[in-house]
Design a protein around this ligand. Structure first.
Ligand SMILES: [Zn+2]
Length: 306
């Protein structure tokens, strides 16, 4: 086969004779080119496949990271909650101790906290797992609940005690005085006969302030033949006090009076031989020895020393 090549620049023609071996070489070159192209394409496609797999792994890693972060956040929250509960428990313990001290109630010692370290050897702190944290949280929550219940009981007992104390006549009804006739059988100061003295007498200057022996409600404030000007206070639970022979009365029936509040003044009204306060404590109307009540207060001891 002969091919005639014409060059435009040279304005000349060249003749090339193409021999069968040339065709064979060209064929080989063509086949090589085709194979090379195919290989290239295949490699390219393989590479693009690898890229797809890579993308999958990346997404998986990101997902794992997100999950880990979520778990970490949850652990952080649990640890925070645990810290709060521990603080709450400590606060409740302190409060319980103070309240029981105030109420004068012996309190059961709070159970020992379980030891945190390992048994024997050095304690190597490891980050606690979720289950461990949850167990600790549950345990502390139960303890907080128990303490709260215990405090509620303590509080009610404390209030009961306070109320009881406030309503028990333990305050001296007259301070500037010394003890006269005690409670019990005695010779009547006017008739000279043996009689029951249903209260105690405080000898004091006329006009000396008379105060309520406890919080109460004024039952009566009126003149009576024997007792003269007499005030009667109701302290609840059947407990009443009487203040007799008063020079004046500063309390109106139905009004509330506080312990230590001035309700009148020492006088000698009614059946009496001189100025003094006749003081009675009655339980359901039955006369009690006022000294038994007054002795529970702090002032009675001071009175006796005079
Ligand atoms: Zn008397």
């Amino acid at each position: 086969m002969q091919i005639i090549l014409v060059s435009r620049h040279l304005k000349a023609a060249r003749t090339i004779t193409i021999m069968p071996r040339h065709l064979a070489i060209a064929g080989c070159a063509f086949i090589t080119l085709v194979i090379a192209t195919a290989a290239g394409l295949s490699s390219l496609s393989a590479r693009s496949g690898a890229f797809g797999i890579g993308k999958g792994i990346l997404a998986q890693e990101q997902e794992t990271h997100r999950t880990q972060q979520h778990v970490n956040n949850n652990l952080q929250l649990m640890a925070t909650r645990l810290g709060e509960l521990q603080a709450q428990l400590l606060h409740l313990d302190t409060l319980g101790e103070r309240l029981s001290a105030l109420a004068g109630i012996k309190r059961e010692a709070p159970p020992e906290r379980r030891p945190q370290g390992g048994q024997g050897g050095a304690f190597v702190p490891a980050p606690p797992g979720a289950e461990e944290l949850q167990r600790e949280i549950d345990q502390l929550s139960r303890q907080v609940d128990l303490r709260t219940d215990e405090l509620a009981v303590l509080e009610s007992r404390f209030l009961e005690k306070r109320v009881r104390e406030r309503l028990v006549p333990t305050t001296l009804p007259v301070r500037e005085a010394y003890l006269g006739s005690p409670f019990g059988h005695r010779s009547d100061p006017i008739l000279g006969q043996r009689a029951m003295h249903e209260g105690i007498d405080f000898n004091a200057e006329p006009g000396t302030p008379v105060v309520a022996a406890a919080d109460g409600v004024v039952l009566a404030a009126a003149y009576q033949n024997d007792f003269g000007n007499m005030i009667e206070l109701d302290h609840g639970d059947g407990l009443t006090t009487r203040y007799a022979h008063l020079a004046r009365m500063n309390a109106k029936p139905g009004s509330l009076v506080k312990r230590g509040e001035v309700i009148g003044a020492v006088g000698s009204t009614g059946r009496t031989t001189g100025p003094h306060l006749h003081f009675e404590v009655r339980m359901l109307g039955v006369a009690q020895n006022p000294a038994h009540f007054l002795k529970q207060g702090e002032e009675y001891a001071m009175l006796r020393r005079r």
